[in-house]
Design a protein around this ligand. Sequence first.
Ligand code: CO8
Length: 260
Amino acid sequence: MAIELTIADQLAHLHLNRPKALNALSFEILGQLNTTLGKIEEGIEAGQVRGVFVTGEGEKSFCAGADITELMGRTLMQEHEGARFGQSVFDRLAALRVPSVAVIHGYAFGGGLELALSCTFRVATAGAKMGLPELKLGLIPGYGGTQRLPRLIGQDRAMDMILSARTVDATEAERIGLVTRVVDSQDPTAVGREFLKPYLKHGLIALDMAKQAILRGMQTTLAEGLRIERDCSTLAFRSGDATEGMSAFLEKRPPVFKDQ
Ligand code: CO8
């Protein structure tokens, strides 16, 4: 399997393991990713998973994008269906109820960066290189890049990155908000675990509602976003975890959330 899943200490570790092709994503691998996301969703509902981190095998690459060899042989209809499937898998990752982080160690190009853009956060190790080089191939990003990148870094910077197809280094990526931070560590697993620590202490309902309010609100008007926020905050307010959180504050003790 090119997609490996380990669940330990409340974290799901999703690992791309196809180093000979710099962890490029074939359609078979996208299928494996889809199945693995189903297992992560089960882990979340079972209370075993509170965060997800994604890494790539090897020193050189997080993920070099869609498998270009495979793309070459595809018909127009197959490609349209492929893009629809790729987008749905990345949407599924984006919609997980818990925070996720892509640890970008080495290259994240094309579909590899689009995979990272579907995570809640991105962290780069020093020396990481990112870009959407599809225009060099006569293509355009097809797995969410033209939509998620401008929402993250703004229209102007996204236009520049996509139309120039240029490579952005870790320092620039942090400056323009493409990654949350750059770390010196060259151990992606340790980076993923460390990054997610601050989110683990919160209850699932509040994490999920906050994440949904932000992501859904970013897709709409301010007025509609505020309505989404009211709905999500009311749902959180009605939870046992909210009663527990407020009681714990008043009783000057740490809360014990039960995700209900
Ligand atoms: N697909 C398949 N194989 C790849 C890919 C890839 N994306 N990237 C690298 N490889 C393979 C190479 O062919 C090579 O294989 P081999 O050893 O058998 O020759 C091996 O990985 C190592 O690669 P390099 O020797 O090229 O390693 P370098 O360190 O010299 O270069 C780069 C690394 C810069 C990452 C270079 O490999 C590169 O430019 N790769 C392609 C990156 C790219 O263009 N990615 C975007 C692909 S398109 C995409 O992701 C979205 C398409 C959405 C389309 C939707 C349409 C509807």
